[in-house]
Design a protein around this ligand. Sequence first.
Ligand SMILES: C[S@@+](CC[C@H](N)C(=O)[O-])C[C@H]1O[C@@H](n2cnc3c(N)ncnc32)[C@H](O)[C@@H]1O
Length: 298
Amino acid sequence: MIAEASPVPSSAVEMRPNEFERIRRMAYEFCGVDLKGKHILVSSRLGKKIRLLQLSSFTQYCDQVEADSSGAMFTEMIDALTTNHTSFYRESRHFDFIREVVLPELPEQGEVAIWSAACSTGEEPYTIAFTVIEALGQKAYSRLAITATDISTRVLEKAKKGLYPLTSVEAVSPEMRRECLMKGTGQYASQCMVKAETKKLITFRQWNLLEQCPSIGPFQVIFCRNVMIYFDQQTQQLVVDNLVSRLLPGGYLFIGHAESLNGITHSLEYVCTATYRKPGGSRIGKAGVPRRVSTGTR
Ligand SMILES: C[S@@+](CC[C@H](N)C(=O)[O-])C[C@H]1O[C@@H](n2cnc3c(N)ncnc32)[C@H](O)[C@@H]1O
């Protein structure tokens, strides 16, 4: 429903404290993101939507979001309020750790199952793929199974496309660029595309970290980086419980370098900065048989 009032410039729409609290509660209850103290961010990002929709107040906007039974407006609101910053080889020590510690610990055959939870626009799961391909060579294509999830459908669409500016792949080695990326031509000359064989190693799906996740995994490694920083302790506890339940004994959990599990109750052993291990077994548990060829589900 479009308001009858004529377009109102966003600067004229002031967000009242009760409206901020309403939006804050909606975001917190749905995805755990705590917007405490972020009045300016909320007002400026949702102010743009209010202008586009030609609404005259934040209350009107919230009413519309709540009335939209498709959930599309709610998803768009969450998209606007979350931070999606990421990059290839971000916090690169985790990728060194995969190469130097995780892969040598794995059984020589069988699936290498890795979850990039909160994958944003895909740079993290693609970096995992480059790292394992670089280490295992052609065997990676039949063994590696990455699950990449995010709450935001907008970032997942970008991730699935796998189209990035050339400037963003500077951290990728020339060998891996040749192996996994195609340089664009014509109007795409300043971009590159992840090759289909590499994309096939990754299943992208929408997932809210607050939900229990018995249907995915288990995994030998879980990346859950630079998202818990937006959650309060109670939500962090819920998310860590969910993640640990999907980690195989001996498997590793990576969190962001600016994050910590202080104050969270868990069974993990601290290994090194932002790296934890689930007790049990000297070699990481077997995830399952490789399923890439038969299922065609990616
Ligand atoms: C800053 S990005 C982190 C990307 C990547 N992990 C990295 O470290 O570069 C945070 C991502 O978390 C996602 N996110 C926020 N709340 C979430 C939730 N409850 N469940 C799943 N993803 C969530 C956001 O959509 C965003 O893409």
